[in-house]
Ligand binder design. Structure first.
Ligand code: MTE
Length: 328
């Protein structure tokens, strides 16, 4: 049995023979990465508990390191995994680590939809293969004016998206987070219009810096950081880094995004880090760096924020001719 077509499945959901064969080839190359990735981040890790500390996630087989490094001191594992924004688990910074123990990140599938030749539902294995995992140390700037330096593990999003063959009508990519009220206590509160949604212009999504992350510090993502896969876009404010992605849609029009819908005057679609454009309620000129010898420090480690978070050389051309005050 290869591919049967039940009458109620639309053509877009069906895997063609050639795609199926390619997947089989890709799967062969995946023997190591995915089992290690899945081993410790789902049921059993901390099942049922909301307060017990979770076990350390498993180490990942990182094939490439060192191409993307920074002179900046790195944030500690403890701070990066206990000072989080993941409102589906609560709005306090320590809520995601405390309340994500019940979240099951396996098995995991991602629906790929919209303007692409290959669409349908794909397992995490389908999504990751045949790419080698890379470590990339990125500066991360939260819109709340704090920042971290994190060694992510992932694969370039563009390489993944290319395999779905976006058509010429695809201008944007829309992402959606899983919505599971029984495992995500924060969903009971209408702080955002759930599910969490984000989006990028197609050229931003295809940019080599844009990462589909599956880990950090050489280990699989803990639930509070967006297990099993999340976006990392280092020149944009952190809220563009949508967690626990279950849907990717190639769209013709600019998609709705959770924060932009909630407060359009405060959070734009682009959300490029820009020290010259303040948030209506606070300055974006500086940031509190949570890293280095100071570690977690509410007052110290204040540094100047850089245009595009220090990645201007690589990404400024994407916005040539655009008024970045209007397109904030
Ligand atoms: N994704 C979802 N689904 N829900 C969220 O609340 N918060 C965003 C982003 N992705 C968020 C999310 C914000 S505001 C930030 S700053 C980053 O995740 C934080 O990522 P981190 O906790 O791994 O540092």
């Amino acid at each position: 049995m290869l591919i049967r077509r039940p009458p109620d499945i639309p053509p877009s959901e069906i895997t063609s023979e050639s795609v199926y064969q390619r997947r089989r080839e890709l799967l062969k190359g995946l023997a190591v990465a995915v089992p290690a990735l899945l081993a410790g981040c789902g049921r059993g890790q901390d099942a049922g508990a909301t307060t017990a500390p979770a076990a350390m996630p498993p180490e990942l087989p990182v094939a490439r390191r060192g191409e993307y490094t920074l002179p900046d001191a790195q944030t500690s594992w403890q701070d990066a995994t206990h000072y989080n924004n993941y409102y589906e688990f609560g709005t306090d910074k320590d809520d995601p680590a405390k309340h994500s123990g019940r979240f099951e990140s396996q098995p995991w599938t991602v629906e790929v939809a919209g303007q692409a030749e290959v669409t349908g539902r794909f397992t995490l294995e389908d999504i990751l293969k045949p790419h080698a995992l890379e470590e990339r140390v990125y500066r991360m700037r939260c819109v709340e004016a704090w920042s971290m330096v994190i060694p992510w593990v992932g694969i370039p999003l563009g390489a993944v998206l290319k395999r779905f063959k976006p058509t010429s009508d695809a201008k944007y990519v829309a992402f959606t987070t899983v919505e599971r009220p029984a495992q995500m206590p924060g969903l009971s509160y209408p702080v955002l219009d759930w599910p969490y949604r984000e989006g990028l212009r197609l050229d931003e999504a295809m940019h080599p810096l844009t990462l589909l992350a599956v880990g950090l510090y050489g280990r699989a993502l803990p639930n509070q950081n967006g297990a099993p896969l999340r976006l990392v876009v280092p020149w944009k404010y952190g809220f563009k880094g949508i967690k626990s992605i279950v849907r990717i849609e190639f769209a013709t029009h600019q998609p709705k995004t959770a924060w932009n819908q909630s407060a359009p005057n405060e959070y734009g679609f682009y959300s490029n880090v820009n020290p010259d454009v303040n948030h209506p309620r606070w300055s974006q000129a500086t940031e509190r760096r949570i890293a280095g010898s100071g570690g977690f420090n509410l007052l110290g480690n204040r540094i100047a924020t850089l245009p595009f978070n220090g990645y201007a050389e690589q990404v400024a051309a994407l916005y040539a001719g655009m008024d970045l005050r209007r397109n904030f």
